[in-house]
Every structure is written in structure tokens, then in C-alpha cells.
Design a protein around this ligand. Structure first.
Ligand code: AMP
Length: 496
């Protein structure tokens, strides 16, 4: 879900920094739906730690709870859970960067329509959301939130189709970008995935009843079976029948296109125990480390991960290089993700709160530090200093993904182009000097493709979307028209 500030709306530009990362979960036909949703959201906590919401329906009315903070802060409280009775429900975990307007944007979003209530939970970003929103507002609509997900509710309300499912499909066909979306009505659970399947969405089964969620780890936590991925471009409509059974109807409203899952799910975003588009995230990350060791060998005494993101890749690097793996950095798990704080200054402070050096494994050693990605370079800068302060003789950085030159517009939080480290320095040597490393190397794009089980990259036969590395966005970016989303060369030229 993408958020738009008033000034953004006025000037017609969506801010690169106001991106969200989210997890979604939906269940139908269970008496204690809310508890199962709370558990599912807890497993999806890594996809959004700012706020969480649940909507349920108990046969008579819809119930909504939305809270800032972690799932466990609110949805373990029996008083809160008791406010959400029902046998059908959806939930959402969210991370964004806004302050006071946040609660009204917390999902699921709910609306009473002609044919009854509908709630929506969305992971992703619509690349034409702002454009459609302006058109809708111009025709008299009043928006309750600044979220682009609300546009979908308006489009459903305006659709001329008779059934809710057809109205939903009508609305979703007008949306562009990356989305995994779950909708619910009094009797239906509807799941939809964008035409090229950028964001993940899986279908599970618990006692013969369907579940939809962002990642398989949310099925595992409640002992549900994995059934299949929701296909790219597919809309699955599950309906509870009066006899308690559930019918499942699959529709393919989008024009057929090859699936192109987001590579960043494998690099950083998804939980390592999840299986995304048939590939184990852990295995992919470990392979990234193995390929990195082969592409960018380094003389060193110890391979140290930047936890937790860099851990599987560091294991792979250590295995392939024969250099011992050690926990040279200890992570404090009670601090949110580095990116949670809005300003660069506080973000840097957060890095120090989160990681501390394990001197016993570092002092006097040549340390090969493995991280999953470098975005702004904030984490590397602070951690290298910390490792040097702990007595490291040398610090070499190996990054298990290619350089990031371009912002994401499909639901991964990324800063403006000019804040990306790769756009600020001409090459690895200059970057290494800035972050204070003795050497720096990144995994190649082909090394990444191989790690994820793909063929070598071929622009004519796309297998994934890799726009943050290559600048080849898989959809048009209608809301961004007129803005430069160009390659590194043009950035450097623009920077003089
Ligand atoms: P940076 O400090 O800006 O270079 O960010 C890189 C660090 O943040 C790495 O340690 C990653 O594990 C982590 N990271 C990468 N992408 C994201 C993201 N979209 N949101 C939060 N953290 C991220």
C-alpha cells in the first residue's frame, strides 16, 4: 500500500520515501478466525512493524480493530480479541513512515457498499493509484485515508457489475503496479495477485477451509497446509455456503503474462523459512553467499554475518570459501528494523542500538562481513566502525545482492534515488572508502539469478523483476510520468 501526503497530492508527486511494506492474511469458515489471524500476522510481523489491523464478521456485523505497534502488543489481549468475533476475517501488518495520520491509514480498509460491507488488505503499491485518486476526487468522492488502497474501494462502489466478486474484478483490472490483495464480505474471501505476480500470495488449507497469506511461514505457524501460490493475475473467490462448505472459484481477468516475482523478497524481505514462488528463501540466500564467495573471494580469518538478513548468505560464503563462520555481531532482537525511524540521524542511532560487536570473534582478525544488501550505506558505515573499534585488523564487505540504483515502486521501502549509496559514488572502491571498508564487492545479477534457481538474465525472457538493480521497471509508472527514474549514468550526469 502506498501513502500520499496532502502536499504530494497538490503537487502531483508521490514521495519516494512514503512506501510501505505489508503482510496480509485472510481466513474463512473457522469459529475462532481472529486468533488464527493474529497468529498469522505474528508470523508476518517482519513485513510490517508499525501497525496491525483485523476485520472480522460474525454473521451479524463486521468488527474492526486497528492498533499502532506490534501484533503481540495488542492481539494477544483477550479483551481485544473478544471484540473481533467471527468465522471470517482478514488482517494486515504495516510499516510506513508517517506519524499522526497513521491510524486512519491502517488496514484493512472497510466500506459499506450497496450490497453490504467489504474490507480490503493490500500489500504492494499501485503505480497509477494517485492518478486514479485524483480522477475520483474530481468527480466528487470524499476519501477517508491517504492510502491508494482506498481507490479500490471507490472503484468497487462505482462498478456497474451485479456481484461483489465481479465488482472487485472490475476494480482490480483498473489498477496497475504490484499487489497481493485480500478482500472479505459477509460470506466471501477474495484473493488477488497482480498480473505479473510481483508480490507473493499463497493459498493454504486448514481443516478443509481456505486461507490466503503473504508467505508460507504464516501457514506453518497455525499448522495449515500449503495448497499453492495464487497465480499471477489470478482472482480466487471463496464463498461460504449455508451448509458450511466452501466453494472456490478461480478467475484470470488479467492478460496472460509471465510471472515475475520480486527478487528483493529473496534478498531481504521474506522470512527465510518461507517458500516464495516454489523456492526456499533460505536456500536462495545461502546460494547467494556461495556464488558471492566464488565471484568475490577474499583473504580473511572469519566470515561474519550482519544479522539477521546476512546470516544465510554468510553461511554460504563460509561454506564455499572454507573460512570459519562466526557470530562477530550480536543483534538485539528487541529493536525494530533499522528503517523504522524516519530520519537519517535517528536511523543511524537505531543501527547502534540493534547491533553490537562480539569482540572475542573479531579482535586481531581479518573480518569478511556479509550483508544481504546495501541501500543507503548507513548500516555498513556504522557496523564497520563498530568492528574496527572492537579491534578488527581488516574489514572486507561482501554484499549478497547487486548494487541498488533505482527506487522500488511496488511495495518495498526504498529511499530517493540520490540517497542510494550506489548513485553517490562511481565504483566499489569509492564506496568502500566512504563506508570505511578495506574492500567491497557485490554479487552479480547473474549470480543472483542462479542463486534463486533462475536461468542467466535475459531481457527478452524475464523471470523476475529486478528493477532496483537494472532500472527496467516491469510496468509503466503512470504516477511518476515526467519524473526521472533513469539509470545510474543519468543520475551521475544529473548530479554533475
Ligand atoms: P542501508 O543501511 O540503508 O544500506 O540498508 C541496508 C541494510 O538494511 C541491510 O542490512 C539490509 O538487511 C536492510 N534492508 C535492506 N532493504 C531494506 C528495506 N527495504 N527495509 C528495511 N531494511 C532493509
Amino acid at each position: 500500500m502506498n501513502e500520499m501526503t496532502v502536499s504530494n497530492l497538490e503537487c502531483g508527486l508521490d514521495d519516494d520515501t512514503l512506501h510501505e511494506e505489508c503482510g496480509v492474511f485472510g481466513i474463512l469458515g473457522h469459529d475462532d478466525a481472529t486468533t488464527l489471524i493474529a497468529l498469522g500476522l505474528h508470523a508476518l510481523q517482519h513485513r510490517g512493524q508499525e501497525a496491525a489491523g483485523i476485520v472480522s464478521f460474525d454473521g451479524r456485523q463486521f468488527h474492526t480493530e486497528k492498533h499502532m505497534g506490534l501484533v503481540g502488543d495488542h492481539y494477544t489481549d483477550p479483551v481485544t480479541l473478544a471484540k473481533l468475533p467471527g468465522y471470517i476475517g482478514i488482517g494486515h501488518t504495516r510499516y510506513s513512515t508517517t506519524g499522526e495520520v497513521a491510524l486512519r491509514n491502517v488496514q484493512p480498509l472497510f466500506a459499506e457498499l450497496e450490497e453490504g460491507g467489504i474490507a480490503l488488505a493490500h500489500n504492494g503499491n499501485f503505480t497509477n493509484g494517485l492518478t486514479l485518486r485524483r480522477q475520483i476526487i474530481a468527480t466528487g468522492a470524499i476519501c477517508q485515508s491517504t492510502s491508494d488502497t482506498e481507490v479500490v474501494l471507490h472503484l468497487i462502489a462505482r462498478s456497474r457489475h451485479a456481484s461483489t466478486a465481479d465488482r472487485f474484478i472490475d476494480a482490480i483490472r483498473q489498477m496497475e503496479g504490484g499487489y497481493a490483495m485480500i478482500a472479505m464480505t459477509r460470506t466471501k474471501l477474495i484473493a488477488a495477485r497482480d498480473p505479473i505476480g510481483i508480490r507473493p500470495l499463497v493459498m493454504g488449507d486448514l481443516n478443509g477451509k481456505p486461507i490466503f497469506c503473504s508467505e508460507t511461514c504464516a501457514l506453518d505457524i497455525i499448522g495449515a497446509k500449503f495448497v499453492r501460490d495464487v497465480k499471477n493475475g489470478e482472482v480466487v473467490i471463496c464463498e461460504l455456503q449455508p451448509d458450511g462448505s466452501v466453494t472456490i472459484d478461480s478467475r484470470m481477468p488479467a492478460r496472460p503474462a509471465p510471472e515475475r516475482p520480486c527478487l528483493f523478497e529473496y534478498v531481504y524481505f521474506a522470512r527465510p523459512d518461507s517458500v516464495v514462488a516454489g523456492r526456499s528463501v533460505y536456500v536462495a540466500r545461502k546460494n547467494m553467499g556461495i556464488n558471492l564467495a566464488n565471484e568475490a573471494p577474499c583473504e580473511g580469518d572469519v566470515v561474519v554475518p550482519v544479522p539477521d538478513g546476512g546470516t544465510p548468505a554468510a553461511l554460504g560464503y563460509a561454506q564455499a570459501s572454507g573460512i570459519p563462520f562466526e557470530y562477530g555481531i550480536i543483534r538485539n532482537h528487541y529493536v525494530g528494523r533499522t528503517f523504522i525511524e524516519p530520519t537519517q540521524q535517528i536511523r543511524a542511532f537505531g543501527v547502534k542500538l540493534k547491533h553490537s560487536a562480539n569482540r572475542a570473534m573479531i579482535e586481531g582478525k581479518r573480518v569478511i562481513l556479509v550483508d544481504d544488501s546495501i541501500v543507503r550505506g548507513t548500516t555498513s558505515l556504522k557496523i564497520i566502525q563498530m568492528i574496527r573499534d572492537a579491534g578488527a585488523k581488516e574489514v572486507h564487505i561482501r554484499v549478497a545482492s547487486p548494487m541498488i540504483y533505482h527506487p522500488d515502486f511496488y511495495g518495498i521501502d526504498t529511499p530517493d534515488r540520490d540517497k542510494l549509496l550506489a548513485n553517490q559514488y562511481v565504483d566499489e572502491t569509492a564506496m568502500a572508502k566512504y563506508i570505511g571498508a578495506d574492500s567491497l564487492a557485490f554479487l552479480s545479477i547473474d549470480g543472483l539469478y542462479r542463486a534463486v534457481g533462475g536461468e542467466p538474465r535475459n531481457a527478452d525472457r524475464p523471470q523476475f523483476t529486478d528493477h532496483y538493480f537494472t532500472g527496467e521497471y516491469p510496468t509503466r509508472l503512470l504516477d511518476k510520468e515526467g519524473e526521472k527514474v533513469g539509470r545510474k549514468e543519468s543520475m551521475l550526469a544529473a548530479n554533475g
